[in-house]
Design a protein around this ligand. Structure first.
Ligand SMILES: [Zn+2]
Length: 406
């Protein structure tokens, strides 16, 4: 009897940072066997069974981590707001910029006006730098169209990104992101449109994997968000929520009641919110890029999340207004320096815990038998270097579904 394992490829010669259970769990001098894009064996090379591998790849030291997952982005949008960024630094006030039609409304206009091919081109420009630094899975939200036609257009572009580039894309319908100007003073009427038309159409077209909303004084109230969640439930889609970014509205506790995959931002989350999120398994997605750009001073309550056992993820929040971030690794550094996460928590935040924020924890985010073979080889001595080096692009080899990504 031979216990020979047949595989398409065998990878060895590096230490493997598995991120099992959200911890490093390093396998020294490990090996990974892959068949049909999935891991069929992983462990110490010294204890490896006999392998019949079609292809063997030897690393020359270094470490292997799971592919990085950016679980909160707004990568698809028309134009950008670098002009406003410069105006503000030249002393022009928010009020003046708003009076000129600036702010989110300028992005809504540019997104509505753009052809699908233009949106795709612009989003490819933003997605490529993320992929170059080891991202293998990315979530992309709509939310700058705010009409049925333009929201669906954004979601189609997000899907196309996943077809054009070797990356897993999860899409989220964020029609309840902002009040479109034509609905000024009629927020409830707009929420009717979101619930009765946009969410059902996005779901029917298979364009949305989840539904999100922005719960804040300058966006939508908890009561309006709850209507959005009910519509998502009816459409069979899980929910997420932008919550507690600028004030405490108990949006994250509301999200937890609807078993949300995640509540995101959370600078003003309370102990009650944390307890509710822990009980429902809702992930806290921390977004240091927006915190940094807005020069916020209130940090998300990381100690409360630890105390209550809330799973924490980190994402780029890549968006034109508050986080034009094109580096997830920089967000790992910021989560450590600004929010005091440990490098291990931060790496879990862009691997297994980010997978959980997308409902993918059974198949993605850690290197274990049966999971997808998305991993990255780094010529580094220890995983903390991923958090330590500030900016720049570290060389890496990305393996996506068992194949080297060019
Ligand atoms: Zn966001």
């Amino acid at each position: 009897m031979t216990s020979e394992i047949h595989c398409d490829s065998l990878w060895h010669g590096a230490d493997i940072v598995t991120m099992r259970d959200g911890k490093y769990h390093v396998i020294s001098n490990g090996a990974i066997a892959v068949r049909d894009g999935k891991i069929v064996w992983i462990g110490e090379q010294a204890s490896m069974p006999v392998m019949a591998a079609a292809k063997t790849m030897q690393f020359d030291g270094g470490i292997v981590t799971p592919g990085l997952i950016d679980c909160h982005t707004h990568l698809v949008f028309g134009g950008n707001r670098s002009g406003e960024f410069e105006q503000r630094l030249n002393g022009v006030s928010y009020a003046e910029i708003a009076a000129q039609g600036g702010g989110i409304i300028s992005t809504v206009k540019a997104t509505r006006d753009a052809e699908e091919t233009q949106l795709l081109e612009q989003a490819l420009f933003r997605l490529r730098p993320l992929l170059a630094e080891g991202v293998t899975c990315v979530e992309i939200k709509s939310g700058y169209g705010l009409t049925p036609q333009s929201e669906l257009k954004m979601l189609r572009v997000a899907r196309q990104l996943g077809e054009q580039l070797p990356v897993e894309v999860k899409t989220t319908c964020l029609a309840a992101h902002a009040l479109p100007p034509e609905y000024a003073g009629r927020a409830d009427d707009y929420i009717d449109l979101v619930c009765q038309t946009i969410i059902p159409e996005a779901a029917a077209a298979g364009l949305a994997d989840a539904v999100d909303a922005f719960c804040e004084h300058l966006a939508f109230s908890p009561a309006q968000v709850e209507r959005v969640f009910k519509a998502a439930e009816k459409a069979g889609l899980p929910v997420k929520l932008h919550a507690e970014q600028l004030s405490a509205l108990s949006g994250s506790a509301l999200a937890a009641r609807y078993h949300a995959l995640s509540a995101d931002h959370l600078e003003y989350a309370t102990a009650e919110d944390a307890a509710a999120m822990a009980a429902s398994g809702t992930v806290a997605v921390l977004l240091p890029g927006a915190y940094y750009l807005l020069r916020e001073t209130q940090c998300p309550p990381v100690d409360l999340f630890r105390k209550h056992g809330v799973t924490m993820a980190i994402a780029s929040d890549a968006n034109p207004g508050t986080s034009p971030a094109l580096s997830l690794r920089l967000m790992i550094n910021m989560a450590c320096t600004l929010f005091r996460l440990t490098p291990e928590e931060a790496l879990a935040g862009v691997t297994l815990h980010a997978a959980k924020a997308l409902g993918l924890q059974a198949s993605h985010g850690s290197l274990e038998t049966g999971k997808v073979a998305d991993f990255v080889h780094w010529p580094l001595a220890r995983p903390a270097e991923l958090a330590y080096w500030l900016g720049g692009q570290l060389p890496c080899t990305v393996i996506f579904r068992g194949e080297v990504r060019q």
